[in-house]
Design a protein around this ligand. Structure first.
Ligand SMILES: Nc1nc2c(c(=O)[nH]1)N[C@H]1C(S)=C(S)[C@@H](COP(=O)(O)O)O[C@H]1N2
Ligand SMILES: [Mo]
Length: 416
């Protein structure tokens, strides 16, 4: 993680201070029906449907997004966005919330981040304190929903039926969580740190969305509190003004609109940390459909993935001629070691060229030239191996929550 220069710091500060009008953002748009919001449809047949999904640009600070649900918003990044570069633009970054009561008006001048619990000194930090009082850091990292690609699970599982666009990579700017915790002074005996945002459940006795990390993880110097992505303030629906960034871990831990940090001397038993977002404690978090009695553990580190981004499945290409393939890969909880591709359904593999490394937790572009020898149907597969030697497996994993989709990805091409 690199220290950022004074210029970057100044730009961010100016923008953040220039957002007093953010209250004008009309989240009331969210309540409109999906049909009213749909401008066009995108073809992306998921195994259990739908064959086409609505695209909308009606959300504040957002460009065209695949509309999964309006309230609370679930918006997916159209897959072609990933072909444009390794950083996913903030205005097309996916959006996911659990509860529908989300502030529409946050005054940066009044916002405070509280740090409390098992600490020597309770803190009430203003955005000014965070921007001016602590060293700023930049880090590229992939934010991926645990349920990204759930729509490809067979048999189908309930939940947001995402295709592959519930992920994105950004250059996050913010402060180290460690620096904030050090300022409060963590007392001996601290076990976990719990994070909460400004969003609230629709009914008052439902559990507030909160997530916890172990104290060592929280103090590893990599977990950060971000106030900017790709050099801009966070869009409101992506967590303005502050969000947690937990590099290498699934996005459920990346608490948005972060307003409360509580150091715990007991393990967190709240619903969202203990019960929701658990996976089978098995290889690839995989079970047989119908299997019961499996030990469940909280989801945590991401696994490697890779995708072709420049040619959609089903596309025709010229037989016996060169075709350029391009894609993205990420290592999960560490960097990308290599990306291999196969044009013969996995019988033989070749190594792709890797693009510039912009940080081990981010997307890495890859490219290759292929020649499909003669007319016919082909399956082009891609497989990322990370620097820990972990690779995408040949067969897809399955679990009832549709978490942690993990398999060699492929596109079907027709050579003509
Ligand atoms: N405050 C708050 N933070 C949250 C959530 C939430 O519901 N409330 N959802 C989490 C989940 S499950 C995901 S996938 C990511 C989505 O981040 P994004 O909307 O910026 O893409 O936010 C995480 N942080
Ligand atoms: Mo998620």
């Amino acid at each position: 993680m690199a220290e950022t220069g004074p210029l970057h710091h100044a730009i961010t500060r100016r923008r953040l201070l220039g957002t007093a009008g953010v209250g004008a953002i009309a989240l009331s748009n969210f309540a409109r029906s999906s049909r009213a919001l749909a401008e066009t449809m995108t073809e992306l047949p998921l195994p259990g449907g739908p064959g086409a999904r609505p695209i909308t640009s009606a959300f504040p600070e957002k460009g065209p997004m695949i509309l999964q649900r309006t309230r609370p918003p679930l918006l997916e990044t159209p897959f072609e966005v990933f072909d444009k570069g390794v950083f996913t633009p903030a205005d097309q970054f996916y959006v996911r919330w659990h509860w529908a009561v989300i502030p529409t008006d946050i005054d940066p001048a009044k916002f405070v981040l509280n740090v409390r619990g098992h600490v020597n000194q309770t803190l009430s930090l203003s955005l000014n304190d965070i921007l001016h009082g602590l060293p700023s850091v930049d880090l590229a990292a992939v934010n991926q929903c645990s349920g990204n690609s759930r729509g490809f699970f067979e048999p189908r599982v309930p939940g947001g039926e995402w295709a592959n666009g519930a992920m994105g990579n950004a250059l996050w700017t913010g402060v180290r969580l460690k620096d904030v915790l050090d300022r409060a002074g963590v007392k001996p005996g601290a076990l976990q740190v719990r994070f909460k945002g400004l969003d609230e459940p629709v009914v008052s006795d439902a559990p507030h969305f909160m997530k916890s990390l172990d104290i060592e993880h929280a103090r590893d110097g990599e977990v950060m509190i971000a106030y900017a992505m790709n050099g801009q303030q966070l869009p409101l629906v992506n967590g303005f003004p502050l969000r947690l960034v937990v590099p290498g871990w699934y996005a459920t831990y990346w608490v948005k609109m972060l307003s409360d940090i509580e150091v715990l001397d007991q393990p967190d038993t709240n619903y969202w940390t203990k019960v929701a977002y658990t996976i089978p404690d098995t290889p690839h978090a995989s079970v047989t459909p119908g299997e019961s009695g499996v030990k469940m553990i909280p989801i945590s580190r991401m696994v490697p993935r890779s995708f072709v981004t420049n040619i959609p499945s089903g596309q025709k290409v010229k037989a016996a001629a060169q075709t350029s393939l391009r894609g993205i890969a990420f290592g999960g909880d560490c960097g990308v070691a290599k990306v291999d591709y196969s044009i013969d359904r996995g019988q033989s593999w070749r190594q792709a060229q890797l693009g510039e490394d912009k940080g081990k937790y981010g997307f890495r572009q890859w490219g290759a030239q292929i020649t499909l020898p003669s007319a016919g149907a082909y399956t082009v597969m891609t497989r990322c191996t990370n620097v820990n030697g972990v690779a995408q497996p040949d067969t897809p994993n399955w679990n009832p929550a549709g978490f942690m989709r993990n398999v060699v990805e492929s596109v079907n091409l027709i050579a003509v």
